[in-house]
Write a protein that binds this ligand. Structure first.
Ligand SMILES: [Cu+2]
Length: 297
């Protein structure tokens, strides 16, 4: 008997502990943020994906509770009583036509709503007048590229490789080398950023949940997407992860997008270019020394 009661006490203690652990996991801030729906807040396309998802979810929940509720009500209301036999019936044509037609109408309405929202998700808007200066973007035939109405944006090339991301910032000056970074992408707010995504080896997938959907990075092909970070998100770092199993170090293939104000981005880009020019000069000087040394021999 004492052994049983101690097991009982252990069980009593474990239940609140398990409940507390579950609650801590569920209500932790990152878990609670959009825990049932796609993340949003970093770009209008992510917001549109989120609102479309919520429309489909709410309609689905209404149908689910209506059907299950009716089923449970029927089970309770018409439950067999002692001595009674089930009545044998053969269908109900009106009801069957009703729920088949009703479901078909619902599917058509959801399809229309989805296609109506698709434009918001796929088509980039223009940059704000207060955004970073943007240049005309060249058409990229044979790809999924969509351009803003004024055909201008900041073009950043994203290249996936085992196991990281390289970003090349098109500064609009063909005479100089474009600045580049690894892992962390720096982007100005209020500016339409057009990403052309590719890979230099196997297939990867670019995904920053708060900035929109996933896009495959495939060697030899440019996959286009876009984001436009609102002004109040300056200083925020949006985190993401390669979403295509690409090898043994796939789990460590993270990425982030750091939002800067347009003027901060301008200063950052200039500093980056100066840094790259300086390192090119340093490398040239070292090369000259090595080459001079070889000639002396
Ligand atoms: Cu990868």
């Amino acid at each position: 008997m004492p052994a049983q009661s101690s097991v009982g006490r252990l069980r009593q203690g474990l239940i609140p502990l398990a409940a507390a652990a579950t609650a801590t996991l569920l209500f932790a801030e990152p878990a609670a943020a959009d825990w049932i729906s796609p993340e949003r807040g970093g770009s209008p396309n992510a917001d549109a994906i989120h609102s479309l998802y919520m429309i489909l979810l709410v309609v689905g929940l209404i149908v689910f509770f209506a059907v299950e509720g009716l089923l449970l009500y029927t089970l309770w209301k018409f439950k067999a009583s002692r001595g009674h036999e089930a009545k044998q019936i053969h269908g109900n044509t009106k009801l069957e036509i009703g729920w088949t037609g009703g479901a078909a109408v619902l599917v058509v309405i959801l399809a229309i709503v989805s296609f109506a929202k698709l434009g918001e998700i796929r088509n980039p808007p223009n940059s704000d007048p207060a955004g970073f200066r943007v240049a005309a973007i060249a058409e990229d035939p044979g790809t999924n590229q969509k351009l803003p109405p004024n055909k201008q944006g900041l073009h950043i090339k994203v290249t996936g490789y085992q196991y990281g991301w390289r970003y090349t910032y098109d500064d609009g000056n063909p005479a100089t080398q474009d600045p580049y970074t690894y892992r962390d992408l720096y982007a100005p707010t209020q500016t339409t950023v057009l990403l052309s995504i590719t890979s230099s080896d196997v297939i990867h997938s670019w995904w920053i949940p708060e900035l929109g959907g996933k896009f495959d990075a495939v060697d030899g092909f440019n996959n286009w997407t876009w984001f436009k970070i609102p002004a109040d998100k300056a200083g925020v770092s949006f985190r993401g992860q390669c979403a295509e199993l690409c090898g043994r170090n796939h789990a460590n293939m993270t990425a982030s997008v750091k939002a800067l104000t347009p003027s901060e981005f301008d200063a950052w880009l200039t500093a980056k270019r100066t840094e790259l020019d300086q390192s090119a000069k340093d490398a040239a000087a070292q090369r000259a020394v090595v080459e001079a040394g070889k000639e002396l021999k």
